[in-house]
Design a protein around this ligand. Structure first.
Ligand code: LMG
Ligand code: NDP
Ligand code: PMR
Length: 399
């Protein structure tokens, strides 16, 4: 009763929009997780993006036991029918591009509640609204992968919410093709590898127990990879090519001071750093599979969703590139996919009952049928995967 009552309480708070107009968000407290609660938690984790005046002005009603109290499969439903509860999926970087399209695709089935783990709360809220996502189908939580403190705070808030975790999608990424000098995460790691790989590495390690405890029929950890990190393809041979070398830069902490900012120890190259980070993503997925699949039953997967040439990923590229890249991919390489189609592909990896095989790097053919793709030699090197895992553990403070 108390839980039901809590779920009906709607809290409204006002957020100043760029210092002028006022936007109101309603939070229905469905599933006992309050959006306003998250804004509060979020503010503590990012002084930069979440100003003081964003704090909710009214009290918060908590009802945290509802989600865990509901078994995944309810056999006692009327008529003896088995019913499956809504799946609970975290998607990082769901405020644009592939992440948003995937969130939308899953939300509109009505079978998933999407936790959109984003660094910009307002952007995510606007994106979810303009994608037409119904508010009972998503929750936005703050996560800045470029700060390991933020990752830890996100994990704490998520655990406190009492929600189960059935699927985790590591999707967010940054790409700095035109940067002349490296920039760094809060802990001083080169930004692309720090965000795309190390932030996700810590996040997935800390959330592994939650996935393990989920009673959902198929639980999955998905890390988005890419063709451009795979040198067994034409796209992967466009310079600069991914190459982790002997990992000396990673071992040195990627800080550009007493070590190189690049994994292989070479001079900084933003495009290469991104491709290297994707190799780390694909190696991490396989190492998770080797270490935990048998014991936990979790499906570990990676994928190349196709070339989504219109996303924000290319925001830092030169204007000429952004103009020519989509037609080049559409009419010449024919590797182009729309955000919507790519979102459907990733949504399949999240929920399709036929994609439960673990340790797989999924791709799609011209007819949009999925197949198990072959990774490059480096991206499937088990010894390198183990070394990347061990060095990453040290850098994020797990070992
Ligand atoms: C690097 O340059 C930079 O050095 C780095 O700093 C970073 O910015 C990085 O990834 C970002 O880019 C890479 C790039 C620069 O250089 C090259 O791509 C050189 C080409 C090397 C090719 C090696 C490939 C190995 C295999 C070759 C096999 C050849 C196969 C032929 C295939 C034919 C396809 C053409 O390049 C650029 O910045 C320009 C990128 C431009 C991409 C778009 C190309 C536009 C082509 C024209 C499109 C027109 C579209 C019209 C469509 C209408 C159709 C009706
Ligand atoms: P977008 O730039 O549209 O999306 C990237 C998302 O990551 C954004 O929501 C962005 O947030 C978020 N993000 C960036 N930095 C952080 C951070 N520090 N903390 C939290 N979130 C962050 O690009 P795509 O949708 O194209 O990229 C999604 C994934 O797809 C990436 O892993 C990319 O490598 C992969 N991919 C993309 C391909 C393509 O052709 N586009 C091809 C192959 C793989 P914000 O909205 O605030 O900027
Ligand atoms: Mg590539 C066969 C084709 C193919 C495919 C599927 C991609 C995907 N690209 C292909 C070919 C080529 N690209 C060729 C022949 C060239 C030389 C003209 C080329 C160039 C190119 C550049 C400069 N391509 C790029 C860039 C980028 O800056 C993108 C990148 O590397 O980001 C890391 C990119 C990409 N090409 C792709 C895909 C999917 C990307 C986006 C990157 C990713 O997310 O990994």
């Amino acid at each position: 009763m108390a839980l039901q009552a809590a779920s009906l309480v709607a809290s409204t708070f006002a957020i100043p929009k760029e210092g002028k107009a006022t936007v109101s968000f309603k939070d229905s407290n469905l599933f006992g997780v309050s959006l306003s609660d998250h804004v509060k938690a979020d503010c503590s984790s990012s002084a930069l993006r979440c100003k003081k005046e964003f704090r909710p002005r009214i009290g918060v009603v908590r009802a945290q036991t509802i989600a865990t109290a509901t078994p995944a499969i309810d056999r006692a439903a009327p008529g003896g029918k088995k019913t499956l509860r809504k799946g609970s999926v975290i998607i990082t970087g769901a405020s644009s591009g592939l992440g948003l399209a995937t969130a939308k695709s899953l939300a509109e089935t009505g079978k998933w509640h999407v936790i959109m783990a984003c660094r910009d709360f307002l952007k995510a809220e606007r994106a979810a609204k303009s994608a037409g996502m119904a508010k009972e189908n998503y929750t936005i939580m703050h996560l800045d992968l470029a700060s390991l403190d933020s990752v830890r705070q996100f994990v704490d808030s998520f655990k406190r919410s009492g929600r189960p975790l059935d699927v985790l999608v590591c999707n967010a990424a940054v790409y700095q093709p035109t940067a002349k000098a490296p920039s760094f995460t809060a802990e001083g790691f080169e930004l692309s590898v720090g965000t795309n790989h190390l932030g996700h590495f810590l996040l997935s390690r800390l959330l592994l127990t939650d996935l393990k405890e989920s009673d959902y029929p198929s639980k999955r950890l998905i890390i988005v990879g890419s063709i451009t990190g795979n040198t067994n393809t034409l796209a992967g041979n466009v310079p600069p090519k991914a190459n982790l070398g002997d990992l000396r830069g990673l071992a040195g902490g990627l800080n550009g001071l007493n070590s190189s900012s690049m994994i292989d120890g070479a001079d900084f190259d933003g495009a290469k750093a991104y491709k290297d980070s994707k190799v780390c993503n694909m190696l991490t997925m396989q190492e998770f599979h080797r270490r935990f699949h048998e014991e936990t039953g979790i499906t570990f997967a990676s994928l190349y969703p196709g070339c989504i040439a219109t996303t924000g990923l290319f925001r830092e590229h030169i204007p000429l590139f952004r103009l020519l890249f989509p037609p080049f991919q559409k009419y010449i390489t024919k590797g182009y996919v729309s955000e919507e189609e790519a979102g459907k592909r990733l949504a399949q990896v999240v929920s399709d009952p036929s994609l439960t095989k673990s340790g797989v790097y999924w791709s799609w053919n011209k007819d949009s049928a999925s197949f198990e793709n072959q990774l490059s030699q480096e991206a499937s090197d088990a010894e390198k995967a183990r070394k990347v895992w061990e060095l990453s553990e040290k850098l994020v403070g797990l070992a």
